[in-house]
Each structure stands twice: as structure tokens, then as C-alpha cells.
Design a protein around this ligand. Structure first.
Ligand code: C2O
Length: 555
């Protein structure tokens, strides 16, 4: 194992997309940001210098951060923000994880442009459990706003209504040939060049702020081998569904040299999947799969590439079929250590709510029916504290910062899929669930349809969890629990709570610290769709959270 060192200078840089030239926050002047490559077992040190006129933090999405919670990164959860002119070094080990993860800013909506891949190779000499690919290509799916994303969310929070949506989806920051303007077109297109007969490993990341995405390559089938840095039993698919926060490694085999397709170019497409009650970015973006030896393509030719067949934007059935295919490898070398018994069970109703106009609220009430959008779990909308929860926990100074009374069930039972529901009120607070070290936890996440059913990609920091069950309708403890997969459930860090459905997850609380669990649609996080687990130290020295590093930012 080695120590890998990176320096992140956060600076403004000028970029042009969709014919709009503007200054955006970047890491080292690059958009998307630099690729980090480590091996499992390595120590990673990233020295951050904040040279922009805004706070910033960085999160290493999916990295378990075993006893290194001070490096997890969510602002006001594990650290105070790095203020303009300040520096902070993230310093942690990669333990027991391999595959594709990513890093992104975790303050306000800065992750719109501050993100990049984090590739974890297996330890030296350890092969992949699938044939070695000819080449590996990180491919980050993103969302481009012509406006400043910070202004977009600020305005939404002022008015209480929904935010303006993005203008295009992107591949490694490029919107593709569909957006035609001088200086744009083909130069703004991501091209994946392939050799006939060779197999490529695409390391996909959905870095979009607010949209789950369909992904497909015309005339090519994909084989999924990994999700959220855990191996899965390989399966083929023509269309993938990737939620914000999720990563997926897929094999793409180029047609043999004798096939007519091996001299051409093909569209790689992304388009949104959503049931949102509001507006959304209903555009399709393309990148190009180009065979070496294909004749040069004009921008116009690329624009006219036939699109792969994609499901309709609201095809929840296609999404459910796809997510049902994920299974852990569960092999002798990569066993699925699924908790078979549970110490504590939770039932979280997850969804959007509407906040009546209250005096405590600044701004106007231009949300649904003169209310303000809010988002809740068990009717609690998360209030960002003014100091770091982990710091407060380390010093055992909770008063005025957090309360340990996040409810384990909704305040009153209701029919989650019925309309209108009889339980719509919203409370606000920084409420956490304390857990003893090594507690085995099950959480059933139930989508609610207070404003209309909509899926929510829930992300848990500090842990991978097993997805032991999912279904549509109201979760039924009696019948549904009996159908759980405790043999080879997929292990992930982000799972979409299905539209008008539920998902059940299990994890062992073996990592002391404070860990946020939140919707990875940034607008829902901004509206409070979050809670935190406070995991206490274990009895042994190596089960304790160490003291904070000396350069930890102060609030
Ligand atoms: Cu990828 Cu809390 O985020």
C-alpha cells in the first residue's frame, strides 16, 4: 500500500458550454475535475486550498471512511466549511473497496461543477473477477446550467418554489453535438474511440444534481459488473438507470472487424427518468462511440446519429426491472456478509412535503397552493446546523446543536400511495438517531405521495448497505420481510426509493462518527431530505473515533 497525494486548488475558471461563456468553480482549473487513482489499501491525502469567494468542502462519495470521519466532507455534518483563503487536508485509507467511486463538493450546490472520478484499483496482482478489459474509461454524467447554480438554489429557497432546471446533460462535462453554436458542435462532444473486437470498461458516475438518468449505446449491449464499488453478478442490459450518486462499471464489447458496424459511429445517449411534480430538464444528450478507422464525421452527421431506444421519461416499470437485476457476487473470494438478524428496525417515510407559510421562514411562499416546498423523512425536515455535528459529538456538546430524537416511525400511520394522504405536516430540526457500536440496523424507506409519488436516491455516508428487499405500494412487514434476499443482495451506498414503493436496507454500525443519510437530488437535500446517524465508539481502542486533525476548519 502506498500514500497517494493530490493537491486541489479551488479556483474560478472560464468555460464555454451551450454557447455561454462563464466563470465557474473548478479544481485546478479543470472541469470536470482531476481523476484520482488509488489501489485498495492505499492512503489518500488531498490537500485542498480554497481560492474562490465561497465556502467549500469535499466528499469522497462511497468511501467508507473507517474511523476517519473528519475526512468525510459534508459541510456542517463532519466539518465546518473551508472558508475562502483557507486550506484543509483530507487524509484517509481505502479499506475493502474497489471499483469506481467519485468525489464532489459538499456545500450548497457547488458540486454542479466540482466533481471528478475516484478509481480504486484492486491490490497489485489481484485480477478483476471478469476478463481484463482492453481499456478503462471514466465517464461522468452531469448537468449543465447556463445560470449560476448557486443563484438557482438561492432563488428557489427565497421563493419557496421549485428551482430552475438545468439546460443540458453532459458526458465528462461535454453536452454533445446536439447543441449547435459557433465554437460548439463537434468540439463539445465526448468521443469514445474503440477498436473492433475489444472490450472496454466504462466507469459510469451519475454526477447530475437533480436527475436520475437512462443511459444507452445504440447497437451495443452493456454488461454490468460493478455498482458503487462492489462487484455484482454480471448481467446484460440495453438501457441502464443510474441515480445521482450512484456509480456503475459496465463492459462494452466493440463489434468484430468483420461486422459492418465496426466502421461507423454510434450515439451514446442519456435522458432523464422522473415522476417529478415540477418541471425538469427534458433533454437528451449524446456522446459518440467511434470505431477507429471510421470515416471522419461532421458535426451535422454526429447530430443526426440515430438514438438508441430509450424508455419514456416516466417509465417506472423499466426502472424496476433494471434494479431487480442487481445481485452481489457472493463468491468465496467476495462473500456477501449480509446481516441475518437485526438489532434495530426503522421505518422512514420519505418524500416531499409542503411547509405552510410561517413567520420563521424568510422569503415568499410560491410553492404549491401558497406553501413552500419542504422535504422530509418521518415528517421531519432536516435543519443544517451552524457547527459541525461530528465536532459537537466529539466534545459531547450537543445542546443547541442537535437532538437525539429522530423518530423511528412516522408520527401517524397512513396510506403512502393513496391521494390525498392524511398526514402532511412538516416539523423542522437537527434530529439524529444514536446507535451503539456494532448495532445491526434495518431501515425500510417508504416513498410517500404527499405531492405526487417520486423516487428518491437515498445516500448513506460512512457505510455500504445491503438492499434486502424492494417493492411497490405500501410496505407490508408480514409478507414483504419473508421475501427478503439474504443470500446475494447488492451492496451499495445509494439506492433509489422507488416511485410509490419501498426499499429495505441493512448495515452494521461498525464505524463510529456522525453519518448523514440524504436524498442525492440536491434540491431535495436543500429542502431538508436528510437525517443523521450518530454511531458511538466501541470498547476497543481501534473502534474509536480519533481526535480531529489540527487543520480542521472552524465555524
Ligand atoms: Cu454524494 Cu452526501 O453525497
Amino acid at each position: 500500500a502506498r500514500t497517494r497525494r493530490y493537491t486541489f486548488n479551488v479556483t474560478m475558471a472560464t468555460v464555454t458550454r451551450l454557447c455561454v461563456t462563464k466563470s465557474i468553480p473548478t479544481v485546478n482549473g479543470r472541469f470536470p475535475g482531476p481523476r484520482i487513482v488509488v489501489r485498495e489499501g492505499d492512503r489518500l491525502v488531498v490537500q485542498v486550498h480554497n481560492n474562490i469567494n465561497n465556502n467549500v468542502t469535499f466528499h469522497w462519495h462511497g468511501v467508507r471512511q473507517l474511523r476517519s470521519g473528519w475526512s468525510d466532507g459534508p459541510s456542517f455534518i463532519t466539518q465546518c466549511p473551508i472558508r475562502p483563503g483557507q486550506s484543509y487536508a483530507y487524509d484517509f485509507r481505502i479499506v475493502g473497496q474497489r471499483g469506481t467511486l467519485w468525489w464532489h463538493a459538499h456545500f450548497s450546490w457547488l458540486r454542479a461543477t466540482l466533481y471528478g472520478p475516484l478509481v480504486i484499483l484492486p491490490p497489485r496482482g489481484v485480477p478483476y473477477p471478469f476478463p481484463k478489459p482492453h481499456a478503462e474509461v471514466p465517464l461522468m454524467l452531469g448537468e449543465w446550467f447556463n445560470a449560476d447554480p448557486e443563484a438557482v438554489i438561492k432563488q428557489a429557497l427565497q421563493t419557496g418554489g421549485g428551482p430552475n432546471v438545468s439546460d443540458a446533460y453532459t458526458f465528462n462535462g461535454l453536452p454533445g453535438p446536439t447543441y449547435n453554436c459557433s465554437g460548439g458542435g463537434a468540439g463539445d462532444t465526448f468521443k469514445l474511440r474503440v477498436k473492433p473486437g475489444k472490450t472496454y470498461l466504462l466507469r459510469l458516475v451519475n454526477a447530475a444534481l437533480n436527475d436520475e438518468l437512462f443511459f444507452a449505446v445504440a447497437n451495443h449491449t452493456l454488461t454490468v459488473v460493478q455498482a458503487d464499488a462492489s462487484y455484482v453478478k454480471p448481467f446484460t442490459a440495453d438501457t441502464l438507470v443510474i441515480s445521482p450518486g450512484q456509480t456503475m462499471d459496465v463492459l462494452l464489447t466493440a463489434a468484430a472487424a468483420t461486422a459492418p458496424s465496426s466502421t461507423a459511429a454510434y450515439a451514446i445517449a442519456v435522458a432523464p427518468y422522473t415522476n417529478t411534480v415540477g418541471t425538469f430538464d427534458n433533454t437528451t444528450a449524446i456522446a459518440v462511440l467511434e470505431y477507429y478507422g471510421a470515416p471522419p464525421q461532421s458535426a451535422a452527421a454526429l447530430r443526426n446519429l440515430p438514438l438508441p431506444a430509450l424508455p419514456l421519461y416516466n417509465d417506472t416499470g423499466a426502472v424496476a426491472n433494471f434494479s431487480a437485476k442487481f445481485r452481489s457476487l457472493a463468491s468465496a473470494q467476495y462473500p456477501a456478509l449480509v446481516p441475518r438478524t437485526v438489532d434495530r428496525r426503522f421505518f422512514f417515510a420519505v418524500g416531499l412535503g409542503a411547509d405552510p407559510c410561517q413567520s420563521r421562514v424568510n422569503g415568499t411562499c410560491q410553492g404549491p397552493n401558497g406553501t413552500r416546498f419542504a422535504a422530509t423523512m418521518n415528517n421531519v425536515s432536516f435543519t443544517m446546523p451552524k457547527t459541525s455535528l461530528l465536532q459537537a459529538h466529539y466534545q459531547r456538546r450537543y445542546s443547541g446543536v442537535l437532538t437525539a430524537n429522530f423518530p423511528g416511525v412516522p408520527p401517524t400511520p397512513f396510506n403512502y400511495t393513496g391521494t390525498p394522504p392524511n398526514n402532511t405536516f412538516v416539523t423542522h430540526g437537527t434530529r439524529v438517531v444514536p446507535l451503539s457500536f456494532n448495532t445491526t440496523v434495518e431501515v425500510v424507506l417508504q416513498d410517500t405521495s404527499i405531492l405526487g409519488a417520486e423516487s428518491h436516491p437515498l445516500h448513506l455516508h460512512g457505510y455500504d448497505f445491503f438492499v434486502v428487499g424492494q417493492g411497490f405500494g405500501n410496505y407490508d412487514a408480514g409478507n414483504d420481510t419473508a421475501k427478503y434476499n439474504l443470500v446475494d443482495p447488492v451492496q451499495r451506498n445509494t439506492i433509489s426509493v422507488p416511485t410509490a414503493g419501498w426499499v429495505a436496507i441493512r448495515f452494521v454500525a461498525d464505524n463510529p462518527g456522525v453519518w448523514i443519510m440524504h436524498c442525492h437530488l440536491d434540491v431535495h437535500l436543500s429542502w431538508g431530505l436528510a437525517m443523521a446517524w450518530l454511531v458511538n465508539d466501541g470498547p476497543l481502542p481501534n473502534q474509536k473515533l480519533p481526535p480531529p486533525p489540527s487543520d480542521i476548519p472552524r465555524c
